[in-house]
Design a protein around this ligand. Structure first.
Ligand code: SF4
Length: 508
């Protein structure tokens, strides 16, 4: 078995040629040359001036693309693909990240907006899987040389988002939302069976600490590269003083054979030692803060009840974390968010404690699994769970509402219940967007989707995305491609973790 290698290099600024040289040297050291269809997957969950530290910077991707060209060994396609944060058109995120200008500069780069392409079914066979198949965008299933280019960030639901967690963007909205709950870590681990990257390069030049959409910039000055996803994420964890065994999706993927997380089974190289990298990362704030603590000093009182799970006492991958991201997003658009917010009680899961609300304070139960039987302001209240077990969810029937439908449904719910003290918001999960819209209504806040600086571009990208997708359907392109496909995985033996720790899975 080849020992996986992780290379830690110093890079203090977003100089394209410097990044190109460092990444080219990384490819050389790992003896990698792209051929066939090369696909780069950055993290562009959100972008633009309002989210400057949420995404893999264009200079970084530009350097990586040039380096791949420098090492070209018969590439038939060089592409960049992503599905950004749900409800937002990927075109809008690419535009905000200045990716299109960058593609023009590099030349010959194809852009894939994953929600606009056919989704290929990948059957799963491994024990302990959450379901029997996944859908993934066709360019991912067909990639011969998959390159993972995440951003080095903290994450409220999974503690960190490095290489493995970046796979959440290889699913479109309707499939991404399935199992995006207390089983999110297991889902991320299952996603590893779709494909493994030949090469990983993380943008750790300015890392993002504390949060995922609106992280605080952290001057880390590192480019980290590798050829095995588990080993790579383990080293990133060690850099910020985190034991990779404590990050569920990383530990689970390693147990399943995707690579080692013990440092003595990983070869380290580069011009920065692990100790030097650790000293640069000192004080880096990770994610994973319970919702009660997150809102402790605000007008919002949050109550985190138990999700419908034997193994998880808190829904780390679902509604509570989405509320944390929602409030941060609102703070970006409306500086007076906290000042305007009235006292509000927000309840998740099966909660059997006291809800200390006065008669004029709204109480919102968020999520299908919300359950309560007790008194609120001296009145008896019973909220029954509407949760549908995951085994009943069929990916082929999965639906997702776009942002305009969400605005209409949240608006209608708020209007219908305007005089009620207790409001219920259904869904599993209830997305960041829906929670943003709910807080906008309840707090009288500025609606980010109507921000004059953004709405023109947003609507134009939305219409462009919808029109192109509709035209492809009219031309006969099927959205779901089920069953064995030319290059999608179709045999159980193909669904095994790599035999050699540094050997990527083959899609043939
Ligand atoms: S409804 Fe929300 S809190 Fe409940 S299991 Fe689903 S994602 Fe988790």
């Amino acid at each position: 078995m080849t020992t996986p290698k992780v290379i830690i290099r110093a890079c203090r600024d977003y100089d394209v040629q410097k990044i190109r040289r460092i990444v080219r040297e990384g490819l050389e050291e790992l003896d990698l040359r792209p051929k066939g269809r090369a696909l780069v997957k950055p993290n562009v969950v959100a972008s633009g001036d309002l989210f400057p530290h949420a995404y893999t910077r264009p200079e970084f991707v530009e350097g990586v693309l040039h380096a791949l060209k420098d090492r070209d060994d018969g590439m038939t396609e060089l592409a960049v693909g992503e599905r950004c944060g749900i409800t937002v058109p990927t075109r809008y995120s690419f535009k905000g990240a200045n990716y299109y200008e960058m593609f023009d500069r590099v030349r010959g780069v194809k852009a894939y907006h994953f929600e606009e392409v056919p989704q290929v079914e990948i059957p799963l066979y491994h024990p302990g899987r959450l379901r029997n198949s996944f859908f993934t965008p066709e360019p991912v299933a067909k990639a011969d040389f998959f390159v993972n280019c995440p951003k080095f960030k903290a994450h409220p639901w999974t503690t960190v988002t490095f290489s493995m967690k970046n796979y959440i963007g290889i699913q479109d909205d309707r499939h991404r939302l399935i199992d995006h709950d207390h089983q999110l870590n297991a889902k991320v681990s299952d996603l590893q069976y779709i494909t493994q990257p030949r090469f990983i390069a993380i943008d750790g030049i300015i890392a993002g600490e504390g949060r995922m959409l609106t992280p605080t910039p952290f001057d880390l000055g590192l480019i980290i590269m590798g050829n095995n996803q588990a080993a790579f994420d383990a080293v990133c964890c060690h850099i910020i003083g985190l034991d990779p065994k404590d990050v569920e999706h990383i530990a689970l993927a390693s147990e399943r054979g995707f690579g080692p997380i013990d440092l003595d089974r990983i070869e380290l190289s580069g011009d920065v030692t692990l100790e030097e990298a650790q000293s640069r990362a000192e004080g880096f704030r990770k994610g994973l803060i319970r919702v009660e603590d997150y809102f402790a000093d605000t007008a919002i009182r949050a109550y985190g009840g138990r999700p419908p799970s034997e193994t998880h006492a808190y829904c780390w991958g679902g509604c509570p974390g989405a509320l944390e991201e929602a409030i941060e997003l609102l703070r970006v658009f409306d500086k007076r968010t906290d000042e305007k917010m009235p006292p509000l009680h927000i309840v998740f899961g099966n909660y059997d404690g006291v809800i200390d609300a006065k008669p004029d304070e709204k109480v919102v139960f968020i999520g299908d699994c919300a359950e309560f039987n007790g008194n609120i302001a001296d009145r008896p209240v019973q909220i029954r769970s509407q949760y549908v077990d995951r085994s009943q969810k069929n990916p082929l029937e999965a639906k997702n509402d776009d942002i305009f439908k969400k605005m209409a449904s949240v608006g209608a719910n708020m209007w219908k219940n305007r005089n009620e003290q207790v409001i219920r918001l259904g869904g599993c999960p209830v997305s960041v967007a829906e929670q943003v819209l709910t807080l906008v209504h309840l707090g009288g806040l500025d609606n980010p989707y109507f921000d004059p600086n953004l709405s023109v571009d947003f609507t134009s990208c939305y219409l462009s995305s919808k029109t192109r997708t509709a035209l492809k359907r009219l031309a006969g392109q099927r959205y779901h491609q089920t069953g064995p496909t030319e290059r999608g995985r179709s045999r159980p033996e193909q669904n095994l973790p790599p035999a050699g720790a540094a050997t990527p899975l083959e899609i043939s």
